[in-house]
Design a protein around this ligand. Structure first.
Ligand code: AMP
Length: 189
């Protein structure tokens, strides 16, 4: 059976961590556009070389490139149904509209959009800590602040976009990983 979820929230809200747990519990495939881009960077593909410059500035890779990557992944959906959790996608209204069209062409649609809410200072502290632990080149303070401002201007409008469709579920993202996961799972009880 199909199940299609989106994780929305600022960088550092814990989307990736929570997505991994939910995907394993609900047998979903996690589609993280950030992970896909980092894989291109690591492999040194043409796309990776271009994307790295944009990611290191904390800006967004073009909608066409992102939508193309997601379209390719969705075309691999198995006969057992489309079971995906989108993590870090969509990030712009144009991406959200493209996703609606892609899913409509597959005769399916979104089940829910989970918004992880964490206050801005906490998110910045978490990202600075991740910078130390993982050494991601886009986790320095200047880039982090830019990613936050890009989130507010380009991605936050999606909160209203999905709320208007009756799909938005708000989850308090403060506290430990287990606290947050308990609240999140409550939406699936
Ligand atoms: P993330 O791991 O989701 O925080 O993504 C890291 C970086 O990859 C972002 O700051 C963007 O530069 C780029 N990126 C990831 N997903 C998208 C997307 N859906 N649209 C545009 N750029 C993206």
């Amino acid at each position: 059976m199909n199940e299609l979820l989106i994780f929305l929230g600022p960088p550092g809200a814990g989307k990736g961590t929570q997505a991994k747990k939910l995907c394993s519990d609900r047998s979903l495939t996690q589609l993280s556009t950030g992970d896909m881009l980092r894989s291109h960077v690591k492999r040194g593909t043409e796309l990776g070389v271009e994307a790295k410059k944009i990611m290191d500035r904390g800006e967004l890779v073009s909608d066409d490139i992102i939508v193309g990557m997601v379209r390719d992944e969705l075309s691999n959906a198995s006969d057992g149904g489309a079971r995906f959790l989108f993590d870090g996608f969509p990030r712009t209204t144009a991406q959200a509209e493209a996703l609606d069209n892609l899913l409509a062409s597959m005769n399916t649609g979104l089940d829910a959009v989970l918004l992880l809410e964490v206050n801005e200072e906490e998110v910045i502290q978490r990202l600075l800590k991740r910078a130390e632990l993982e050494g991601r080149s886009d986790d320095n303070e200047e880039t982090i602040r830019n990613r936050m401002s890009v989130y507010k201007s380009q991605t936050a409008p999606l909160i209203e976009y999905y709320d208007n469709k009756g799909l938005l579920k708000r989850v308090d993202g403060q506290g430990t990983i287990d606290d947050v996961y308990a609240r999140l799972s409550g939406h699936f009880a």
